[in-house]
Write a protein that binds this ligand. Structure first.
Ligand code: PMV
Length: 320
């Protein structure tokens, strides 16, 4: 009763921020993301009749901090009567630092668990379970450009374009390797309860999604750039105006934004987005990759950059 699955993180261009149902972890707004290719999380799950408790190893180190969420996710997929499991997670990028590590982790976890138990749920059913553990994780089950909508008390997902149809490049500027100070779940609740901008954020999301959907269908880079940056800055405005305020940006994040702005002034096809952490993600056309990497590497406070194309959904690596 063992299986290993791999999933890639995804980056939201139109963001999920806020919950309509906290217990079911349902998003208050739809979102649109791109699944990455070269960043990954591999999760292996082994159920054992000898184990007396669940155990989680993150990059070979025993981890208690994430164990509760992992155990709850195992319950969702395998039921409360299940055996205990040893879960081993390996990622090739920093965990819990605003790089969507929970997305790839929970997407891989539900798939590995289902496979270890010989289950036959389809991708949408698994995405709904992953979404229950972490809203953005549902999107990492799917490839390329993915739209997530919430209707009738559940989420639905759709691939808008496969990665090969519009092979954009993503450059992640890592400005901090440590875990973020406030988790996104807690921060979303605070925003909904206290930011005067939150109702406007929710009300405008359908318009932003429609604009982004059309830009993706038309492969209109300038249009996608404009709506992505607008939606990102709007989400961070909601965070900043929460009480107490939630500020994930650092000096280095701002320096990276300035670098992207300067590149844009010189005609480079690139735009930025930022999630619940200080890392900046730049999205560009393939021909601009080298220029964007060089510019971001020279920004003050950037530790290193990671480059990725767009990639596939979660897959099984081995198991029974
Ligand atoms: O899936 P969560 O609960 O980690 O929330 C993700 C929130 C953002 O990354 C900021 C936005 C998004 O849509 O991924």
């Amino acid at each position: 009763m063992q299986a290993t699955a791999q999933a890639q993180p995804n980056i939201a261009l139109i963001k999920y921020w806020g919950k309509s149902d906290v217990a079911a972890n349902l998003p208050a707004v739809g979102s649109l993301s791109i699944t990455l290719e070269s960043l990954w999380t591999k999760m292996s799950v082994e159920f054992s009749s000898d184990a007396t408790t669940d155990k989680l190893f993150l990059n070979d180190e025993l981890n208690d901090q994430m164990l509760l969420r992992v155990s709850q996710c195992l319950d969702l997929v395998a039921g409360n009567e299940r055996r205990f499991a040893v879960v081993r997670s390996h990622s090739n990028f920093p965990v819990a630092a605003g790089l969507a590590s929970s997305a790839s982790a929970f997407a891989a976890l539900v798939l590995a668990t289902e496979h270890a138990l010989g289950g036959s749920r389809d991708t949408l059913a698994l995405a709904r379970l992953a979404g229950n553990a972490s809203g953005s994780a549902a999107r990492s089950l799917y490839e390329g450009f993915v739209e997530l909508q919430c209707a009738g008390g559940q989420i639905d997902l759709q691939v808008l374009l496969p990665p090969s149809a519009w092979p954009l490049r993503v450059i992640v500027a890592i400005t901090e390797e440590a875990a973020k100070p406030v988790g996104s779940g807690e921060a979303m609740l605070r925003s909904a309860a206290t930011s005067p901008f939150y109702p406007g954020w929710v009300a405008q999301q359908e318009n932003d999604l429609a604009e982004a959907r059309t830009a993706v269908a038309d492969r209109d880079f300038a249009k996608l750039a404009a709506i992505t940056e607008h939606n990102c800055l709007k989400m961070h405005s909601v965070m900043w105006t929460s009480r107490p305020s939630i500020v994930y940006w650092s000096k280095a994040t701002l320096a990276c934004m300035q670098v992207v702005r300067e590149l844009q002034v010189h005609g480079t096809p690139v735009f930025f987005t930022i999630d619940a952490g200080p890392q900046l993600k730049a999205v560009c056309l393939p021909e601009a990759e080298e220029t964007v990497v060089a510019a971001l590497r020279s920004a003050p406070g950037v530790i290193r950059t990671m480059v990725s194309g767009l990639g596939g959904g979660a897959t099984i690596l081995d198991g029974q």
